[in-house]
Design a protein around this ligand. Structure first.
Ligand SMILES: Nc1ncnc2c1ncn2[C@@H]1O[C@H](COP(=O)(O)OP(=O)(O)OP(=O)(O)O)[C@@H](O)[C@H]1O
Ligand SMILES: [Mg+2]
Length: 406
């Protein structure tokens, strides 16, 4: 266990005056010119609320607990002050960002690179599921910023020769409440033990729990809380609905829902892996096909749409077994959600047509498969896809050997 550091409770940041907020620029917040230009190039014409609150305090050297709605620019709120400080005192292995998922780690690194490219910032992503050797090489080059999932970072801290974080200046926990969940507890404690106590710590998330307070006790020094949303707020521009559907019809819908993905509109079928932090532009609708069992996850899931001031829709399927969970969500976000208008008769008719179309599609696929198999056997190799090679391996054995030599 990491030794508890300070036990200060966070001070609250004073609320800025509304008109002032409207006109504030990144420069007004104390961000250095070259980074202001980088923001400009990203199309960030003015700072978001959380950026207005957190950046000046971070630049003053305060530890920060940043709470703001999904899609409100929290990444920039911690990346800009870190890059600003890095410019003032350049140093390798300067900052560590911990995130709960690989996808999020890559996304955060892209944002560091986008903001820091003109000043030559190097970052490394250290996550599971990817070759350790190449990561060791990346670490040997001593990047300025490391973005990591906790487990893989521990692996490298324990096994990669010459790698340590003893000079680290900044620690960020993005999705801090998730990072502080039980399943990361051991890793986080280990990491806290091997980084300097004399560092700055930033915690950011769209949802606040007691767990964050727990970490705050363990790792923060005289922190200031920047909260620009109430505890469990969803975005104003998000229209949220539910559809009541008897469970016997629900699995039948999965196939047709998947097809929406291929159409012009982007629809995200939320799973809890994709629920946090991912910033996919132009997601218009989030469909909760299964109701999230933890109400907080609902907030993160629906937060994949209506980001950065855009509007969006979220629709949640509720079966007879989900009513209690649904009511819990409504209670958490402090809103009663309207039912999504559908014409029951039409939907049921569509359900029949979808089932029929599926039968046809299966038949056609089967026939098509047969034909393809025959024509490949006749015509030999004229297709270079991996899938085709696999099939060819199976059906035409010896022919593959010839290809390899080419
Ligand atoms: N000042 C700004 N002006 C315009 N767009 C911005 C600004 N800051 C950030 N953005 C954009 O807003 C989007 C959402 O930002 P980000 O992913 O940091 O949100 P978040 O608050 O971390 O959300 P989540 O809680 O879901 O993780 C990104 O596409 C980012 O590029
Ligand atoms: Mg985020």
């Amino acid at each position: 266990m990491a030794a508890p550091e300070e036990r200060d409770s966070p001070t609250e940041a004073s609320q800025p005056v509304m008109e002032e907020e409207e006109t504030k620029t990144f420069k007004d917040l104390g961000v250095t010119d070259v980074l202001c230009e980088a923001c400009d190039q990203l199309g960030w014409t003015k700072p978001t609320k959380i950026q207005i609150e957190a950046i000046p305090l971070a630049l003053q050297g305060r530890d920060i607990i940043g709470l703001a709605e999904t899609g409100s620019g929290k990444t920039g709120a911690f990346a800009l002050p870190i890059l600003n400080a890095l410019l003032e005192t350049p140093q390798r292995l300067f900052a560590l960002v911990l995130t709960p998922t690989r996808e999020l780690a890559f996304q955060i690194s892209e944002q560091f690179e986008a903001l820091g490219s003109s000043i030559g910032v190097q970052s490394a992503v250290i996550v599971g599921g990817i070759d350790s050797m190449s990561q060791s090489l990346a670490l040997a080059k001593k990047p300025h910023i490391i973005i990591a999932t906790p487990g893989r970072l521990i692996d490298h801290l324990e096994n990669t020769k010459g790698f340590n974080l003893r000079a680290l200046k900044y620690l960020v926990m993005d999705e801090a409440d998730r990072i502080l969940n039980m399943d990361f507890e051991t890793e986080v404690d280990k990491i806290l033990k091997v980084i300097p106590r004399d560092r700055k710590t930033f915690l950011f998330s769209a949802t606040m729990t007691k767990k964050v307070q727990k970490l705050q006790r363990a790792a923060l020094k005289n922190p200031v809380k920047c909260a620009v949303s109430s505890k469990y707020q969803t975005v104003e521009k998000l229209q949220q609905y539910y559809i009541f559907i008897p469970s016997k019809f629900k699995s039948k819908r999965l196939g047709s829902l998947n097809k929406f993905k291929a159409k012009a509109r982007s629809i995200l079928l939320a799973t809890d892996v994709a629920s946090r932090g991912l910033d996919i532009p132009h997601v218009d609708v989030v469909v909760n096909f299964d109701i999230p069992t933890h109400s907080k996850d609902y907030i993160h899931r629906v937060g994949r749409t209506a980001r950065a001031g855009r509007s969006g829709k979220a629709i949640t399927f509720v079966t007879q077994y989900d009513v209690e969970l649904f009511q819990r969500i409504e209670h958490l976000i402090g809103k009663k959600l309207p039912v999504f208008p559908t014409q029951d008769d039409e939907v049921m008719m569509l359900a029949e047509r979808v089932a029929e179309a599926q039968r046809f599609a299966r038949m056609e696929l089967r026939e098509h498969g047969e034909k393809k198999k025959r024509s490949r056997e006749d015509a030999g190799d004229n297709d270079d896809t991996e899938g085709a090679i696999g099939v060819r391996n199976k059906v035409a054995g010896g022919k593959m050997k010839k290809r390899k030599g080419r």
